[in-house]
Ligand binder design. Sequence first.
Ligand code: GLY
Length: 382
Amino acid sequence: MSADDSSRAGAGETGPVRVPVALGDRSYDILIGDGLLAEAGRLVRAVLPKARACIVTDETVAARHLDALKAGFDEAGVDAGAVVIPPGEGSKSFPVFESVVDQVIGGRYERGDAVVALGGGVVGDLSGFVAGVVRRGMRFVQVPTTLLAQVDSSVGGKTGINVRHGKNLVGVFHQPDLVLADTAVLDTLSERHFRAGYAEVAKYGLIDDAGFFAWLEETWRQVFAGGPARTRAIAVSCRSKAAIVARDEKETGDRALLNLGHTFGHALEAATGYSDRLVHGEAIAIGMVLAHDFSVRMNLMGPDDAIRVRRHFEAVGLPTRLDQVPGGIPDADGLLALIAQDKKVSRGALTFILTRGIGQSFIARDVPGEAVKAFLHDELAG
Ligand code: GLY
């Protein structure tokens, strides 16, 4: 593995792993460790000494983790209230946004106080948007409770909600002041959702760290089981994302690499109505396999690495083929239309993240739509 994960916050070897995100005066730390909810008050106080905390969470996460987080704040004498929203993607909407804004302002939280997102990507994206605009920008702390949120959506500062035209079309860049990734909370995740988050972990190896991917091929069972291998996988993933975000905060260049598998994946999510038929990580697992197979088809690489990617995802139990999408999907024309609606289309040209092999992804602009359509046609024909 190329990344060193020896940096630790707090006292001695038992403290959390610390991953810094270097963004000048918006720099912050991601802390990764077992039992951080109980430490949250002390850790937030160290970064935001006078802040009150307005925890935003959903009903499902509240039932599991809200008391532990509140106890952590109580212990450090941090005044903390909570706003609880319905679970699910439907909460990334103007009505729920308005309700949270109303409760934050009604609770007399000031600009120096912190909105604390306790939950997965929906809670984090919505809460970050609230923190970004209420009083022209409040402090913001992410406490991600899914693997996907710990390695992806809690880091990087993109926040927002969905509108009828599409996902994440209204929002702001608003970096958190601190991210607390408590690895213990992942024990309450379903295996399906842990596996879906794992697709994003593997993505970091596929983008630019072949050593990490090889380590995952060997070690994924330990990552699923928990303990040091899981912490290490999360730390390497966060370090990889932090490095990309630090060099391209607003996605004018390299940050698009994080979209590996997402162009195909978003089309599959749209085709399945963003429903439980195919959750995000499953869609991008298929998308990453397709991105490798399409790269083979475009003569960018030989077949061996593409076969490795497919085999690894099959081994962990992720879907890898279009015929595994429950309920069926549109034909090649329909899928291409969904791809063309996606935000990674610039003036009619298709932009894809393609690859020359494991760990050798790159941004390919002007990918011919006809080549994509012919490829999808053959994939659908099996
Ligand atoms: N909040 C997710 C990102 O910035 O990528």
